[in-house]
Design a protein around this ligand. Structure first.
Ligand SMILES: [Zn+2]
Ligand SMILES: [Zn+2]
Length: 398
């Protein structure tokens, strides 16, 4: 397959890639609840001539190429975040409280472009490409759900792309990580502190859970600052703190939700953080006459890049993009990605597409209400998905 031709054909698709991305951006949906997005994707794939399978609660899968050789999986995720968009782009979210702030609208559009090119070049494929459109990445449930429904049956290798904004790098580069852990594991926590509600004027006859929760919040910081070796990576952050409804009522409970990130392959760091959180939460609550509990949920492991697939991927991307394909030798990212579940089952590469140069005003990274992505290089993502899949299959038969 000719890389120059693929890049040119992808570039010719740029107007329709933009149209799809911006349409999806206006219609963000959460988790498995993709009533606009899923039919949007399915109907476009069917119009290209694909037979589309529904996999799991809201996933879609289709194939290009032929059986008999290897099968390579490429993935785009489709879900958005519960964030109120604060950008001034003309195609901003039409749904208050929901926003494509992680760029999954870009991924879906790039994958639709790849579907078109792979269909066009289907007879040249030396095996089979499995195209995956995944829901519920942000809740770390979609990948697992699709795997349980058979996503990886017969799959020999897997690849995904995530867009990255607010980097000091030009847009349109593909970053290829080396073998090893490339993204942190993640586990969410929920702390409930129970006191005794009452009148704001008489705290002495109530038990104030807000004060106790505030002490717990501060005490937990000691784990980060005093108990973890500065050379080791272990992060946790409370991102959601909720208590009370009005100014003169002491509530019954205060609640906190947060996230734990580690990059330890045996997850000893995660186990340590969880054990110390439990000690501190119950100890501080007891000292302040409250009861408290911590629950842990939605675990997602580290993303593991396969060394061999990484070593194959870099030259493939260099054939396509020259110096815009970047050999990335860096410590794991703090962020997590539920393609991790795939990476623990089949050899995987998870690349990044740079999409927003910090120096050109793209100053907000993903998950910020002001995040903007530079969508002028969607075609690079489409070309990367297409060319990686085709060339990977070629290299397998060489
Ligand atoms: Zn995200
Ligand atoms: Zn994401």
């Amino acid at each position: 397959m000719d890389p120059k031709a693929i890049l040119a054909e992808a570039k010719a698709l740029q107007p329709e890639l933009l149209e799809a991305r911006r349409d999806l951006h206006q219609h963000p949906e959460l988790g498995f609840d993709l009533v606009y997005t899923k039919p949007f994707v399915k109907s476009r794939l069917e119009a290209m001539g694909y037979e589309v399978e529904e996999v799991g609660k809201a996933g879609l899968v289709c194939y290009a190429g032929k059986e008999g050789g290897k099968t390579v999986l490429i993935r785009g995720d489709m879900d958005a975040l519960p964030i109120n968009e604060e950008t001034d782009v003309e195609f901003r979210s039409l749904t208050p409280g929901k926003m494509h702030a992680c760029g999954h609208d870009m991924h879906t559009s790039m994958m639709l472009g790849a579907a078109k090119l792979l269909k066009k070049h289907e007879s040249e494929l030396k095996g089979r490409v499995k195209l995956e459109f995944q829901p519920a990445e942000e809740t770390f449930q979609g990948s697992r759900d699709m795997i349980e429904a058979g996503l990886l049956d017969g799959v020999d290798a897997a690849m995904m792309i995530h867009v990255a904004a607010a980097l000091p790098m030009p847009s349109g580069c593909i970053i290829v990580p080396r073998g090893g852990i490339s993204m942190a594991s993640c586990e969410q926590y929920h702390i409930t502190v129970r006191g005794k509600g009452g009148h704001g004027s008489t705290p002495h006859v109530a038990i104030d859970p807000i004060t106790a929760a505030a002490h717990i919040h501060l005490a937990l910081q000691e784990i980060n600052s005093r108990e973890i070796n500065g050379h080791d990576f272990g992060v946790f952050t409370t991102c959601h703190f909720e208590a009370g409804k009005t100014s003169n009522v002491i509530p019954e409970t205060a609640e906190m939700w947060g996230t734990i990130r580690t990059v330890d392959p045996t997850n000893q760091m995660g186990a340590f953080i969880k054990e110390r959180m439990e000690d501190i939460v119950s100890g501080v609550a007891t000292a302040l006459r409250c009861q408290a509990k911590v629950e842990f949920y939605d675990f997602c492991p580290t993303v593991v890049i396969d060394d061999e697939v990484s070593k194959l991927s870099l030259p493939i991307m260099q054939e396509l993009l020259g110096p815009a394909a970047i050999d990335y030798d860096a410590p794991p990212a703090n962020g997590s990605e539920d393609f991790a579940f795939v990476s623990h089952k089949v050899p995987t590469i998870a690349m990044y597409l740079t999409a927003g140069d910090y120096r050109e005003g793209y100053t907000y990274a993903a998950h910020n209400p002001k995040t903007r992505f530079d969508d002028s290089y969607l075609f690079v993502g489409t070309a990367a998905y297409t060319y990686f899949a085709a060339r990977y299959l070629e290299k397998c038969v060489q």
